[in-house]
Ligand binder design. Structure first.
Ligand SMILES: Nc1ncnc2c1ncn2[C@@H]1O[C@H](COP(=O)(O)OP(=O)(O)OP(=O)(O)O)[C@@H](O)[C@H]1O
Length: 182
């Protein structure tokens, strides 16, 4: 099976990329869901602080690629020709996926800070915030986990600076190429 990963700064468009893939019939494993599940199992409130703390705890206990390790059996179980992992946050996670899945392809989504801030303000999810300082903090936290190094390792880069329709068209085109559509 061919596995592709998506990496990007907060609110760069990873969720939209996953939705488009899913609608194209490609199964998606969301790494954040592993953390959300762990937060739920610990009986904690689903908020940004608890997601961050739980992810840190898992990494302290099992290593920086802890969340990726949890994903490997889930991906294998899909047994699909092409599958997508959404939410890679570090270069050690990229290394783990490259080790377990031959031909693993990393895609980075590039989206400027101001666009990401505007989109977060419009989205309002339970773990969201709307100030530039809060987004800067979140960016720093994620960069501290090795997101910068993961972004550098991308095999393919895709921009998300325009409309959602433009992004959707570009993502569909890319997925078609990866799937080997005629
Ligand atoms: N090109 C675009 N035009 C308008 N809105 C967009 C565009 N791309 C993404 N969005 C919206 O911006 C918000 C953030 O995108 P999304 O949730 O896909 O990002 P993410 O990378 O998954 O974020 P996070 O890292 O916080 O989980 C969403 O509400 C999404 O619908």
């Amino acid at each position: 099976m061919k596995v592709i990963g998506v990496v990007g700064m907060p609110a760069s468009g990873k969720g939209e990329f996953s939705r488009i893939a899913q609608e194209a019939g490609i199964p998606v494993i969301v790494m954040g869901d592993m953390i959300r599940k762990a937060v739920r199992e610990a009986g904690l409130e689903p908020n940004d602080t608890n997601f961050g703390a739980t992810a840190n705890r898992l990494r302290a206990e099992r290593g920086m690629d802890a969340i990726a390790q949890l994903c490997v059996p889930e991906i294998r179980r899909l047994n699909a020709p092409l599958a997508l992992v959404d939410g890679i946050r570090g270069d050690t996670e990229v290394a783990l996926f490259r080790k377990y899945f031959e031909g693993f392809t990393l895609i980075s989504i590039e989206s400027p800070f101001e666009k990401r801030l505007d989109r977060i303000a419009a989205r309002a999810r339970s773990d969201d915030f709307t100030t530039a300082d809060a987004l800067k903090n979140r960016d720093q936290r994620e960069l501290g986990w090795g997101l910068g190094k993961a972004l550098e390792q991308a095999d393919i880069r895709i921009r998300n600076e325009g409309t959602l329709e433009e992004f959707e068209r570009d993502v569909k085109h890319l997925l078609g190429e990866l799937r080997g559509d005629p």
